[in-house]
Design a protein around this ligand. Structure first.
Ligand code: F6R
Length: 605
């Protein structure tokens, strides 16, 4: 996904911008560029491909202490030098980098073309510097505010102008942006890691806010154009925690961080043997909830489905768990008695945010589960339960998923207690199980070599099936998604009982099947389904509890997870599935942390 960096200060901007762009590489990109103020001119350099290509094009003439940079992930127009940012207006006065999408760019572009503007790219972005030139009032801030009022969509902008050489303007609308400050220098970034080595003091821009840096001072304005005061937020995590720490890949590091991430997510939330989540929801509202909707995308949505399963099972509230991209357009049935649980690692996923807004506009109360403090989803929700996973860099989500599950277990307990749906004995049994998880995950990690061997057996197949029932079916979905996204092996997750309604036709000795069977009341049924696929020639892998013998005897290859309450199987089964995907990807020689076509944070629809 696109990334923005900006620098305004006294040092060579080129070095700081390139450094920041390298820090944003993990988000995924297909081209990059920087613009530098030098001797009254704006000097733009762009290159399709990796940042190395851009570095090759830069030379000692690219100087200046004010500049902006961008990594692009194509949305309008193919990856190319021309479509890369920064974009200049056709008069060469204004220069812009942009994250997000300008929805009305076609009509703006036509109007600009009628006024004689020539466009060099296929991007939506290029309308912005051209609008700035056409509507230039001679006052930088006023001009930007005027143009912003003409734009529809979601965007973050960083703007320079030749006419205003000692100024920089940044604008945030539904796409994250921060401005870091240190000794008269300013650092702009769409993601905090890009500037963390320079400063930990940042201004987090809110919706529609504008920051105007001028002659080494900064002023902020709200969407109505009024000057506002903003407080500095101190970032408490350091850059080291965003780096690999000796692991060959971020994904493996993040898988191994899960015991600690679980501990941190539980910390302070269990006191005197009971769950104490201080929810900003009244007991009256919690008792009145007659429907729960879970809104999320991808892996986060599978975490939400597991949580939804327990809400139905123990709280007996109907749950609708839908992908946010469907939910937002399905005219969902939401009332002021609906609780919407929004799950998002980044807190910025466009569809999830739109689903949140849709639900909120219909009167629902929103509880967000997110990993990023100050993210859009966190700020727009009634209540936030932060996962304490730390920065997740690998595109494939691992520790975020597991900590989302932890947050959901805590939420189920808290809601259940207030509604009188669960008693002290139940709470005690869950808390004991939760506390044991870090040690149990560690023991799974200690036997990673089993999954490495299984991955070696799977890597040359072109297709695999993951089957399970109940929460094991959700774990199958997550296991299949992990395998697909980083090993590029086609993987299909199927409710085990549905196989014989058509899909069994695909099972041959060329299609291995991974069966997950942890739920006692479904065990016999799941094992019958595994026997069905075995009979069609499939090699079978089983994941089940250590102490369970039937599954172990049925499958060709068994992976034992530590014995635990079966409600906690979704955490214990997903860790080996993450390892399976990791090793399959590694053995195939893929780019584990940056799989093709994918980006870490999906801030466009
Ligand atoms: C898969 C993965 C994605 C994300 C999804 C939502 O490994 O990471 O499926 O879970 O894009 O992202 P967030 O949680 O940031 O809203």
């Amino acid at each position: 996904m696109c990334g923005i960096v900006g620098y305004f200060g006294k040092r060579e901007a080129k070095d700081i911008l390139m450094n920041g762009l390298f820090r944003l590489e993990y988000r995924g990109y297909d081209s990059a560029g920087i613009a530098l103020f030098c001797d009254g001119d704006i000097n733009v350099t762009k290159a399709q491909g990796r940042l190395k290509e851009l570095e090759i094009k830069l030379n000692c003439e690219n100087r200046g202490s004010i500049g902006i940079g961008h990594t692009r992930w194509a949305t309008h127009g193919k990856p190319s030098d021309e479509n890369s940012h920064p974009h200049m207006g056709c008069e060469g006065t204004f220069c812009v980098v942009h994250n997000g999408i300008i929805e009305n760019y076609m009509e703006l572009k036509e109007a600009l073309q009628e006024k004689g503007c020539d466009f060099l790219s296929e991007t939506d972005t290029e309308v912005i510097p051209n609008l700035l030139e056409v509507y230039n009032t001679g006052d930088f801030l006023e001009t930007v505010q005027k143009v912003v009022s003409m734009l529809e969509g979601a965007y973050a902008l960083c703007v320079l102008s030749k006419e205003f050489p000692e100024e920089m303007i940044v604008v945030r609308k539904a796409s994250p942006l921060v401005v870091g400050k240190c000794d008269g220098e300013y650092f702009v970034a769409s993601d905090i890691p890009a500037i963390l080595e320079y400063t930990k003091d940042v201004y987090i821009l809110e919706e529609d806010e504008v920051a105007h840096i001028k002659n080494k001072t900064i002023a902020f304005y709200n969407g109505e154009g009024n000057a506002i005061d903003k407080e500095i937020t101190e970032i408490t995590w350091d850059l080291e925690s965003a780096e690999k720490q000796g692991y060959p890949h971020f994904m493996l590091k993040e898988i191994h961080e899960q015991p600690e991430a679980v501990e941190k997510t539980l910390a302070g939330r269990i006191k005197d043997g009971t769950v104490q989540l201080d929810l900003n929801l009244t007991d009256d509202f919690i008792k009145s909830i007659d429907k729960v909707a879970v809104v999320a995308c991808g892996t986060a949505s599978y975490a939400g489905r597991v949580g939804g399963n327990f809400i139905e099972k123990y709280l007996r509230i109907p749950v609708e768990a839908e992908f946010a991209s469907e939910f937002r357009y399905n005219d969902p049935i939401i009332t002021d008695k609906t609780l919407v649980i929004v799950v998002s690692q980044s807190g910025e996923t466009a569809d999830t945010l739109a689903g949140l807004r849709e639900a909120k506009s219909k009167g629902a109360k929103i509880v967000a589960i997110t990993n990023v403090v100050g993210s859009s989803i966190a700020r727009e929700s009634d209540e936030v339960i932060y996962t304490q996973a730390g920065p997740e860099i690998a595109v494939a989500s691992t520790k975020a998923y597991v900590t989302q599950l932890i947050a959901l277990y805590l939420l189920v307990l808290q809601l259940g207690k207030i509604r009188g749906a669960i008693d002290a004995a139940f709470e005690k049994s869950w808390i004991e199980a939760l506390i044991k998880l870090p040690e149990q995950i560690t023991s799974i990690l200690e036997q990673s070599d089993i999954m490495e061997v299984y991955a070696a057996g799977l890597k040359d197949y072109t297709s695999a099936f993951f089957i399970g029932r109940g929460v094991d079916n959700v774990s199958s979905l997550e296991g299949a998604l992990k395998l697909k996204e980083i090993s590029y092996i086609h993987a299909e997750a199927y409710a085990a009982g549905e196989l014989k309604h058509g899909t069994l036709a695909l099972i041959t000795d060329d299609v291995p099947v991974i069966g997950i069977a942890t739920q006692k009341h479904l065990l016999e049924k799941s094992i019958s389904n595994i026997i069905e696929v075995k009979a069609r020639g499939a090699i079978t892998y089983g994941i089940g509890f250590e102490g369970e013998g039937q599954l172990r005897r049925t499958v060709d290859h068994f992976y034992p997870i530590p014995d635990a309450l079966e409600d906690f199987a979704p955490i214990l089964t997903v860790v080996p599935l993450q390892l399976l995907a990791y090793y399959a990807s590694l053995l195939k020689g893929n780019d584990v942390d940056k799989p093709r076509n994918l980006a870490k944070s999906v801030t466009v629809e």
